[in-house]
Design a protein around this ligand. Sequence first.
Ligand code: OSB
Ligand code: MG
Length: 370
Amino acid sequence: MTMKVERVELRVVELPLVEPFETSFGREEVRPCILIKAQGDGLTGWGECVAGAGPWYSYETIETAWHVLKDFLIPLALGKAWDHPEEVSREWERVRGHPMAKAGLEAALWDLWARSRGISLKEALGGVKERVESGISLGIQPSVDDLLRKVERALEQGYRRIKVKIKPGWDVEVVKALRERFGEIPLMVDANAAYTLDDRPTLQALDAFGLMMIEQPFRYDDLVDHARLQRQLRTPVCLDESVKSPEDARQALKLGSCRIINIKPGRVGGPSAARAIHDLCVREGVPVWCGGMLETGIGRTHNVALASLPGFTLPNDLSASRRYYRQDLVEPPFELHDDGTLSVPSGPGLGVEVVEERVERATVRREVFP
Ligand code: OSB
Ligand code: MG
């Protein structure tokens, strides 16, 4: 069944976070993102582009993504006949980089495609799980006591693993305090590229705490130094920022830069690329989990569907809606079950309702194509 996108609507929405989120690269109190609504054949598909206000996590921003979507990706998609979203995303390979812009639009096409077949995103992607394991990612806090309180609450709520953000000066002491207080809980750290080879004594010290993994200690695009580090650590290195495509993933595994990969569809160019990395990692025996970018319910639903694939064997950065936003953009919002999981929606497409009046209220910019 051939499809055609006749209309695309882009919006920037801004949602206040229930609490500020601080990492080694900055602090966010309001999360802006681009929402993409693609329509054709009487159906609507939604996607979310995770580029942020500034180029702190990667080079992409709301402005660069808007430009690339408007001037290159949307024109390549509009009015073209296609059978599968992967076909359209192959056309975009001509556009170098800009994975977040591509991922947002490709996600909308997957939603459209799944709806046209009356199947869920989970089925469309080849997912198998009805529930996905939830972990929580806790930002840098004003004090260690604050963090201990946050971790205690997260454990009470049932989160299946705790990830804490680290940076130089907020690392070994913090992990030591967590181990002393909570014992052998499933614990990991994420440095968001804040360290260099000179910091190996710190990373060696972290190696003694039995962490599930150390996420992205080195530069946002490094594979070589990570490979050297991984040879010196017992703790698995997990790459986030450095893996921006299936090709990066292949090279990282070849070089031994990590033993785990955090798959974020936004970072790697979309659901197709995310699935390709999953498939590669399954073949190579490398565990993966789905990362997050503080998505609204729209991006979260796409991520939850992806995380239902069989290779996602580690807890994901997919928390309940209320952990991020007072009111999500979808109904029903994501709720944490007592066993620390989220349900994978099973209705057609996203399988949740996008509440358009909430989207409208959060909108600060909008444009329709053609
Ligand atoms: O490095 O994984 C990261 C949020 C924004 C940018 C980068 C990261 C994160 C998170 C939050 O860790 C994960 C989530 O959405 O829960
Ligand atoms: Mg990360």
